[in-house]
Structure formats: structure tokens, C-alpha cells
Design a protein around this ligand. Sequence first.
Ligand code: C2E
Ligand code: MG
Ligand code: MG
Length: 950
Amino acid sequence: MTALRTPIRFARWRAASRALLRIGGTIRGRILLAFLMLSAITALLGGYAALGIATTGQLVDKTYDRSLMSINYARAAAADFAAIQAAVARARLATEPGERQAQETRIASLVETFEEDLGIAAERAQSARAAAEAASAKEAVTYWLAARREFGAGVQTADVWQALDAHAKAAEQHIDLLINFTAGDGFSYRQAARALVARDVRLSIAATLFAILLSGAVAWLLSRRIVRPVAEASAAATRIAAGDLAVPVPDGGADEFGALLRAMDGMRGNIAAMMQEEVAQRRSAQGLLADAVQGSSEGIVVADAAGRIVMANDRFAALLGLDPVEVASLRLADAHGSVVADALLAMWAHGTSAVERKNSDGRWLRLSRSPTRDGGFVAVCSDISRLKQQEDQLKRSNLQLDAALGNMLQGLCLFDADGGLLVHNRRFCDMFGIEPGALHPGMSLRAMATVVAAGAAFDDTRALDLLLEQEEFLRAGQSGALCRSIRGDFIVSVRQQSTAEGGWIATYEDVTQRFEAEARIITMARRDALTGLANRMVFAERLEEAAARLDEGRGFAVLCLDLDRFKEVNDSFGHPVGDALLKGVAERLQACLRESDLLARLGGDEFAIVQSGSRLRDDAVALADRLIRIFEEPFILDGHVVSVGVSVGISLAPEHGSNPEALLKCADLALYRAKGGGRGGWSFFDEEMDLELRKRRALENDLKQAVANGEFELFFQPIVSLTHGRVASCEALLRWKHPERGYVSPAEFIPLAEETGTIGAIGEWVLRRACREAASWPSGVAVAVNVSAAQFRNAAVVRAVMEALTESGLPAYRLELEITESVLLTDNVATLATLHTLKRLGVRVAMDDFGTGYSSLSYLQSFPFDKIKIDQSFVRNLDVTGNSRLIVRSVVGLGRSLGMTVTAEGIETEAQMEQLRLEGCDEAQGYLFSRPVPATAIHAQFERLRLKAA
Ligand code: C2E
Ligand code: MG
Ligand code: MG
């Protein structure tokens, strides 16, 4: 059984020791064990101290209880005995029995107390001798008392009393011995107790010392196992923290410190690696920086607080005019005299961060300086010579731009992408009536509008409105044009366009004159300039309208009127009287009409009326009669009595047709009949008049043959330059020499040729012939060829022009094509394309008979004509009506602003020529210079006109 228990106990020990080792293997375990040991020592010490105190207590107890108390009781017994003796003495001396009895009682009580005290003293006696003395004392007292009682009964003699006293003395001696023994015992006991306490004190001191030693040993062990590694580790950590990565990290055990130290070691390794990497990176960054500084095209310098160069690149050395080696650690003050050094020193002294200086080599440098933390600075010197050059150039261009802006006829405002004013010119301020200094860069259009509003008249908001409208326009991101009247009659055309920079530019052009001219021309375009009546175009419109209403059952009559003997009046009294007559006639005719009727002058002395009514035929007859009657009274013109008549041709719609043109033709035919049937009458259209038509067809047929038969001839009329006085060009005018009818006017056959389509062949012939003739003229003289609208219906005209030029060898710039508005009336897009092609060939294009159509202006806009030919009707009336003069002036102005030559046709008098010259007309054409002449005669005209000019 015992044999079995031993291995089990051993195994338990082994397990316990292993657990202890495990616990002691960690710092926590060690601290735990140390504290357990210290606690055990403290407990032992405490236990021992408690034991000592308990023993001391017992000793005190014993000392008190036994020694002190037994002495006290012994003494008390001695006192009791003394009291008994006194009481006995008093009893012996008592005379009274009562007193004796009282003393006896007292004695008895005292004896009792004595015995009690003596008994206690004996009981607490600590030595045998004391106990023996107590017993002896008791016995002696008992004997003394017995003896007293015995003697008391007999005779009391001195002997007896002496015997008794001897007994009492013996008893007292016993009691004194008892006291002495008890005191001696107490002393010896105290001595023993003191020895015991002294031993305990020594033991305690020894135990405490042992405990201190043991605790010290435990603490030493603890510090050895914990504090020292901690101190070493913290020292190592402190050095690592201080940057000493070479410090050896002590090897740790398997405890936490071991782990901590290993982690520290790893950390140190990592920090060292990171630092190495960092250093490597810094080195490479520094290398790169140094390369960059060195390779920089700017001069770079770093100076310390003493103004000494700490670092500078070669470029900086070159700027100083020194060798790079000389620059290293040079004091800038020592380089005094160098532009760069002086500038840097001045900048440093005044705290300037950037200056520009011209170096001694003539180059411009910009020096930028930034202070460094050590009180020095780093400076960069850049060569800005190019920049300066560009700046100068820019300044020059700005000055030029300012000059250009200041002299511009147009107002101009340039805005940035945020709508802030960048540039404006004086003209803009003038136009809007504001002081030149009132606008500032950066102003918004709204702010400008406020300035404009402040300068405008109280109730005139037009200028302000225009700017606000522009603002809206721009907000919508639109480009384009606006045209508004802004002050008085002042009209301004605003064109605004976005710029590539995201801003926009607005130009303000004074178009007052152009507008007035346009307005006049537009009015004129619908009115006959002379009479103020509706013109052919308005008449055609009205005719169209009336024809369109035929379906509603509303018929109308067309009356064509032609003055009788008008040519005679013209010839005898001159054109002014002829014109005055036409005006008078117009007034009288107008007076005969109802408001619903329309009277128009179709040209010359031709008038026409559209009359609406319910009783068409009767109403027309009544009107015709009225019209004829009003001519019965002569006209008084310029002191002349002028009598003319009128013939009227009438056609009725729908009776004679519903086509406006046909109806007009019918009325025209009827007019011929009326004229033929004696003047001053009227005639309705009838079938017979078809004969006329047939005749016309015959003419058409003749026309078709005319080219082949060589019946055409080309005449030329010179066009003279009013500025140089020489022949600038000649207009080719076609003549048809009919075998039977003689010369037929182009005004008659050209429309016929256009209608029948023969114009193509005729036109080609004219082009060829004209170019061929012109090729023989002086090189400065061009040829103008009329091209009819019908020729533009296909692109054949281009080919014809090219062939004519090629065949003749005439340079394209010497060929001028005259077209009338009618060309542009139809298929505008195709016609414009053809015109552009012709222009690209180098051929010049002129607008003929300008002012007779109603859209002349819009056509001018649609094509860049080289020339405008003012219709002869304006020239004819030049010295008669102020209107014609104004129109001529407007057209001249218009032509000038559009860069077109202005030619006036039909000049017959010197006065007209002078007038035109004064108005600024460039060229003139008319009988005054020459009538159209055959090709053979043109050279003589050149000569004549050259001489004339000379
Ligand atoms: P136009 O092109 O306006 O030609 C000017 C007309 O005014 C010519 O009439 C010319 O003789 C006439 N004229 C020139 N100076 C004066 C003057 O001082 N006083 C007056 N009263 N008249 C003057 P013409 O030759 O009878 O031609 C009439 C129109 O026939 C031309 O007007 C032109 O439109 C057309 N025409 C003439 N030749 C051709 C042509 O070869 N082809 C085409 N398509 N049309 C032609
Ligand atoms: Mg012409
Ligand atoms: Mg003309």
C-alpha cells in the first residue's frame, strides 16, 4: 500500500513542480509567486508576533494576578492582623461590656477578612515557601486568637499579655515573611517574564531581519528576473527611440519580456530597414533635385542668413558672370556690381519678393525671392527677354488696336465669358450719348444700361431698351443682329457674335442714312416716283387679288389708258412739262375713281385702272366716259396751255378671261383699237383683236428667224467715268432691222424673245459679238452686255459667257453683265448660284435699272454686285423733283458703303451730269456723251470722248 502511494505522491509533486515552473516562466507568474512568498513571510512574522504578544499578555497576567495580587493580599492580611490586634487591644481596654462586645464583633469580622485575604495570598503564592509561610501565618494567628480566647476567660496578667504578644509577634513574623516571599516571588517572576519578553524581542528582531532578508531576496530575485530585463529593454528602447538603431537588444527568455524584446528587435529591424529605404529615397530625391536644379534653365540660388551662397546652379553662376566654382560659398555682397547680385541684395534688404531687371548682357531677368527659415532666401532668376518682347509687341498692338478702335466708324464692345466689358470704343459712347469715361472694364451690360439710362432724356428709354434686349439675346446664347432707333431719328444696327474665348463682341453701326434711303426706295418701289401713283408692281398685285376673287362671283374691269399727243408735248415743251403734265393727269384721273378702284402708272404715258363693281360693263363705260371728259379742259403747265386726250382700252373679267396678264393684254389690245379708232375714245376688247395677236405671233416667228437671217445688229453706247472723264465701258444694245418693219425697238422684241424662248440664242449671239468687238477696243474699256432673266433659267448662260470669252480672248474682267431685278425674281437660289459662278469667272455683274423694282435693296443684299445702274427715270427727273435727287444721293451712298460702282443712265444734259457728279456718281451714260452707235462707229466715239475729256 505504501509502495503504491509513493509514485502517486511523486507524480503529484512532478505535476505541481511543472505547474510552478510554468507559472514561474511568465512575468505574471513570477510576480504572483513573489507576492505569495512575501505574503507567507508576512503571515509567519505576524503569527509569530501575535504569539509573542499572547505570551507577554500571559506573563503580564501572571505578574499581575499572581505576584502583585498575592503581595497585596499578603499586605492586606498583615493590615487585617494589625487591625485585629488593635481591636483586641481596644477590647482589652474596654470598660463597658457593650463596647467590648462591639470590639469582639469587630475582631470576629476582621479575623474573617484576615483569613480571606491570607487565603487568597496563599492561593496565589507562587512558591512553596510563600505557601508555607501563609499556612504558618494562619496557624500562628489561629493560635494567637485561640490563646487570647483562652486567656481572655482567665486572669489577665502582664505575663499573659506578654505571651499573647509573643504569639502575635510570631504571627506577624510569618505574615512579614509571607509578604517578603510573595514580593520576592513577584520579583523573580517579573525577572522571568522580562527574560521571556527579551527573548521574544530578540526572536522577533531576528524573525523580522530574516523576513527582511527573505523579502529582499525575493525582491532581488524579482528584480533580477523582471526589473533588470525591463530596465535593459527600456534602455534599449530609449536608444532606439533616440535613433541608435545599432543598440543590441538583449535576448529574452520565453516570457513576455522575451516576446517584447523579440518584438522590439523586430521593430528596430523594421525601423532600420525603413530608414534605410527613406535615406535611399531621400538620397535619390536629393539627387534628382540637385539634377533638376542644375539642369534648370532658370538661375537658382540659395543664400544663408549672412548672404552667403549655400547652393547655386551653373546658370546662376553664368548670370553673375562667374565660374561655378567661384560662386560656391561666395558672399553676395562680394559680387557687388553684378545686376543680379545687387538686385537680390536690394530685394533682401527691402523684403521684395519679385523684381525685373535688365542684365548687363541686355537680357531681361525676373528675380523671384522667397525667404528661408534660417533667415536666408532662395531666389530664381528667369530670362524673360522673350516675354518682354512679346509684352512690348502686345503694348504696340494694343496701342494700334486703341487707335483702330478710336477711329472706327462703328461702335464696339467686347465682353468676356462672364459678360464683363473688356473693350469699348469712343464711337459707342458717342452713339449712346455717354461720357467716354463713364464705362469701366468689367461692367456688365446691365450696368452699362444704367449708365446709358442716366444720360438719356427723361422719357426716352430706347437706348436702354436696346441694351436690355441685347442682354436677353445673349442670355439665350444667340448671335445675330438687331436694328433699333435709339435717340431721335438715330438708328443703330447691332451685330453680336460669340468669340472663341466664350465671350462676345457687339458692333453698333449707324444705319440711319441707309434706313432712310431704304425706306425711301421701298416707298418708291411701290409708287411711281413722278406721280405718286401705284406702280406696275402694285397694279399687278391688285390684278392678282381681283382675279383670285373671281371665284366669289366678283368680276372686275381692267382699263388701260394712254395719253394722246403726249410725245408731242414732250418734244415741244420738254420733259419737265411732260412730267408736270403726267402729274396733272394723274391727279385728274385719281379724282374720277372710287376708293375701291386702283389707278397705276405703268410707264411713260401709260396708266391702268382696276375697277370693281356689280354692273361691270356699264360701270366701265361710265368710268371711261368720265375719264375722257376730264381731258376736255386743258392743262396749264409752266405758263403753257397743254391739251391732251386719253384713249381707254377695257377688258372685263371673267368675260374676257381670268388670267391677269391676259386681261391686261386684252385691255392693251383694246387700247390700240381705241387709239386706232380715233383718239379720245374707249374700246372694249373683242375677238377681232385676236388679229393683233396674230400679228404679234407673226413677229414672234420673224424673231425666231432673225438670228439665222442676220437681221440683228449690235450698237454700243459709251459709259463715261465721271472721275476720270474717260470711257470706262460701252453697253451693247441690240437692234433688230426687220426686213419689212425697219428697226424694231428692243423694248418691243426683247420681251417677245423672252416669252418665246428665242432670247437664249439671241443672248448667246449678243455675248459673242459684244466680246469680239470689245477685244478690239482699248484695254481699259470694258463691254456691258444685257442679260435677260430668261437666260438665267438654265446654266447655259455660264457656258455662253465662257465660250464668248474664250473665242474673243477678252479678259473676263472686261466683261460686265447687266441684269435687272426680274432676273432675281424667279428661282432666286439657282440664279444666285449662277451669278456667283459667273463672278468666280472674273466677270463683273451690274444691277440695271436700279430703283424701278420694289425689292432692289433686298437684291443688293443677296448678291455682291459690282455696279448699280440708277434707272434713267430718276436722272430724267433730277432737275425737276427733289425726290429724285434724294434717291440718287441715297443710292450713291448705298453703293459707296457696299463698295459698288454707281452708274447713272439716260444723261441728256450737262446739268444732269453736273448734278450727278456733285452727288458722287462714279459713271454716266446717255445721249449727252453718245447715242448708241454701230460697232464700226464706236472707235470714233472713243476718240471724240477722249478729246472731250481732255
Ligand atoms: P437698258 O439696258 O437700260 O439700256 C439703256 C436704254 O436707254 C437703251 O435703250 C438706250 O438707247 C437708252 N438710252 C441711253 N441713253 C439715253 C438717253 O440719254 N436718253 C434716253 N431717253 N434714252 C437713253 P434701248 O437701246 O432702246 O434698249 C432698251 C432696253 O432693251 C435696254 O435697257 C435693255 O434692257 C434692253 N436691251 C437692249 N439690248 C439688249 C440685249 O442685247 N439683250 C437684252 N436682254 N436686253 C437688251
Ligand atoms: Mg442695260
Ligand atoms: Mg437701264
